[in-house]
Design a protein around this ligand. Structure first.
Ligand SMILES: [Cu+2]
Length: 666
């Protein structure tokens, strides 16, 4: 209760108030050579890719460091009109769920794939917090390739953290909920009886990256917040912070802040695998969408899965253990050696560091302080390596530099604090501007951090950037951590709301890029591989336009005989075979977005004209000096009209022979 008394009646009201305090020395925080350290000369590349979660915009933002330049916004869980993601017929299935098509989510955390605990630059995984899902983005194309929904879950927050060979992506439910095979239509105050905290283990195929929901573990109804895998000596274990061990269901800011300690749950997933093989799981009937983008057809498909295997932590006594951790722990971070597990209690005035070795001994010697809903609680003293004393106020997250140092963000006291993992002594503290949430060291949650840079992702940026109405931009702050003391180098605004981020040396990614899709390998069923093959085909009220684009025209570029009541599908194949020559496609009045078609790719835009008229279409992506000439017309006649369906190619040789062609009717 100490912290509650210190801050007043409502801990969170006080956090918000303190969070808006302005630290001293904001103008003088940057030293003379900072500009030089972040300056990347024209024509030069940045040293590091920084992948930053987009929060409530549902996307992922890619920055270069140290410059802080925004390179790309990759849509994952939200439709993106910029490139037609979620609007084109090919990508709509990516956003299917058991609730139907959902055009948005809240994207919180990112995790790069690893081999032997080191970044391998192949994929990045992302979580959807609202309608629980995990996505995989291919870093050769910077495209979302797969999304899997998570049953028995709500508020997929402690996700998508991975094991050291990307065997699993793991996700814990933030909201305890009744499982899908129970009747969820129960009184909310039956929480203790009916609500469960479920964690998911998503298997990842080593070669393809394909995901599948391998199993889930049903744990007591607490709120899982964050997690990290064990590594090295603790490989085979996973650690989850949880709050609300009070199992409150109302006014959590007070009622879930009563206990002096909540827990970090240690999960022996190798043991869970054994139980799974031995058939100890219960098959739960449920529904969850599994969506995959196939690069050869450039088309996504959505499949509804029907079942998941759930292991009960209560029945299988030795897969889960609770380590008491003060107080409402948020971050749950494992150091590069795998020995130290750091819990950051939002309301704690210290940082507890658990020892993996001590934890194993405590389990062996049964040093239990009791049980929590059937799960053994280990004694705090038995697992504790030590506590960092007086580190700051409101610790949230910790990352590591691989040189024996840890860096923790403090929301309330608005600072990053560097401390020594072995001695637990505070070595340095630097203010952030202002309220830091997540922080990230390059490779900082792997076995081999790259170090050098730390970025703090901050809320509340009054006085930092030009104001933009009632809402100000959020900010990232770059620190040089190569010396004994951290040095602030740069502020840069972020897009959406940044939560967790990842960064990786550019060399692991930049040379593996797909530059264009080979047109000969295009297996899209509506691909048009040459201008002479372009055509228009009517099947009842459906009209398929097999269209090509190449600098600087479409073929066909004029179509007549479309009628009100028709559904028109423009299947546009970009015939270019060169890097960075996308073409766009848009048509007036379409209740949709544009297409942005990569070289060698086919994309489809659905258009249902509502009234007769002349409807221009054009290329939206400036592609050549004659880009403005890249246009055409579609004539729409009333329903029942007898205007024949014809089209013209904009190809000189072909036009000379027969300028207007008659469509095929099937
Ligand atoms: Cu163009």
């Amino acid at each position: 209760m100490k912290i509650i008394q210190l801050f007043g009646i409502s801990a969170f009201a006080s956090l918000a108030f303190l969070g808006s305090c302005k630290p001293k020395g904001t103008e003088t925080a940057v030293s003379g050579d900072a500009a030089e350290k972040v300056y990347v000369a024209p024509g030069k590349y940045d040293e590091v890719y920084n992948f930053v979660s987009g929060g409530f915009n549902g996307q992922m933002n890619v920055y270069g460091l140290p410059s802080g330049r925004l390179l790309k916004v990759v849509p994952i869980f939200s439709v993106n009109p910029e490139n037609g993601y979620g609007y084109s017929e090919e990508t709509k299935p990516m956003l299917e769920t058991s609730h139907g098509f959902i055009p948005w989510d809240d994207q919180h955390h990112l995790e790069l794939s690893q081999t032997n605990g080191e970044q391998d630059g192949r994929w990045i995984f992302a979580n959807a917090n609202n309608t629980p899902r995990v996505a995989r983005v291919n870093l050769k194309t910077f495209r979302t390739e797969e999304i899997i929904e998570l049953p028995n879950s709500a508020g997929n927050h402690s996700s998508p953290f991975i094991t050291e060979n990307t065997e699993y992506v793991v996700a814990g439910t933030r909201f305890a909920v009744p499982t899908d095979d129970m009747n969820g239509d129960v009184p909310i105050n039956s929480f203790k009886e009916n609500f469960k905290g479920v964690i998911s283990f998503i298997g990842v195929n080593k070669e393809t990256g394909d995901m599948n929901l391998s199993f889930q573990i049903e744990a007591p109804g607490v709120n899982f917040d964050l997690s990290h895998a064990g590594k090295g000596k603790s490989h085979g274990w996973f650690f989850f912070s949880c709050y609300n061990s009070e199992q409150a269901n109302t006014l959590l800011e007070v009622n879930a802040s009563q206990n002096d300690k909540d827990f970090i749950m240690a999960v022996n997933w190798k043991k869970a695998e054994e139980y799974l093989k031995a058939g100890k799981g219960r098959k739960v009937k449920t529904q969850y969408a599994h969506n995959k983008f196939d690069e050869s057809t450039q088309t996504a498909t959505s499949k509804m899965e029907q079942e998941v295997t759930v292991l009960s932590a209560k029945e299988l006594k030795d897969i889960c253990y609770f380590m008491p951790t003060p107080k409402s722990p948020h971050g749950c971070d494992v150091d590069p050696t795998g020995e130290y597990i750091v819990g950051s209690g939002k309301l704690a005035a210290l940082i507890p560091v658990h020892s993996f070795t001590k934890m194993l001994k405590a389990i062996e010697n049964k040093e239990f302080a009791g049980e929590y809903d059937g799960i053994p609680i280990l004694k705090y003293e038995s697992t504790l390596y030590g506590e960092v004393q007086k580190p700051g106020l409101g610790p949230l997250h910790t990352e590591f530099d691989g040189k024996g140092n840890a860096y923790t963000s403090f929301f309330v006291s608005s600072e990053v604090v560097k401390w020594d993992i072995k001695t637990l002594k505070v070595l340095d503290r630097q203010p952030t501007f202002y309220s830091v949430g997540h922080l990230m060291v390059v490779g900082g949650d792997t076995k081999k951090p790259y170090g050098k840079y730390l970025v703090a992702y901050n809320k509340i940026t009054k006085d930092r950037f030009l104001p933009t109405g009632p809402e100000l931009t959020q900010s990232a702050q770059l620190y040089d951590i190569s010396g004994d003391k951290m040095k602030l180098l740069l502020d840069f605004p972020t897009f959406g709301e940044p939560h967790y981020a990842q960064a990786v040396p550019a060399s692991l990614i930049k040379d593996n890029q797909v530059k264009f899709y080979n047109i000969a390998d295009n297996k899209h069923p509506y691909a048009t591989k040459g201008e002479a093959e372009s055509k228009v085909v009517r099947q009842g009220n459906k009209v398929h336009v097999y269209m090509t684009s190449i600098r600087s025209h479409f073929a066909p570029d004029n179509i007549e005989g479309i009628k009100v009541g028709d559904e028109v599908y423009f299947h546009v194949t970009n015939l270019e075979q060169d890097w960075d020559v996308p073409h766009g496609f848009a048509i007036k009045g379409n209740q949709n977005a544009e297409l942005l078609i990569m070289p060698g790719e086919t994309c489809t835009l659905k258009w249902v004209p509502k009234k007769p008229g002349m409807w221009p279409m054009y290329c939206t992506d400036f592609c050549s000096a004659l880009h403005q000439e890249m246009q055409g017309y579609v004539r729409v006649s009333p329903a029942g009209s007898n205007v024949p369906l014809t089209y013209s190619l904009n190809n000189k040789a072909d036009n000379a022979k027969s300028p207007v062609k008659t469509a095929v009717t099937k």
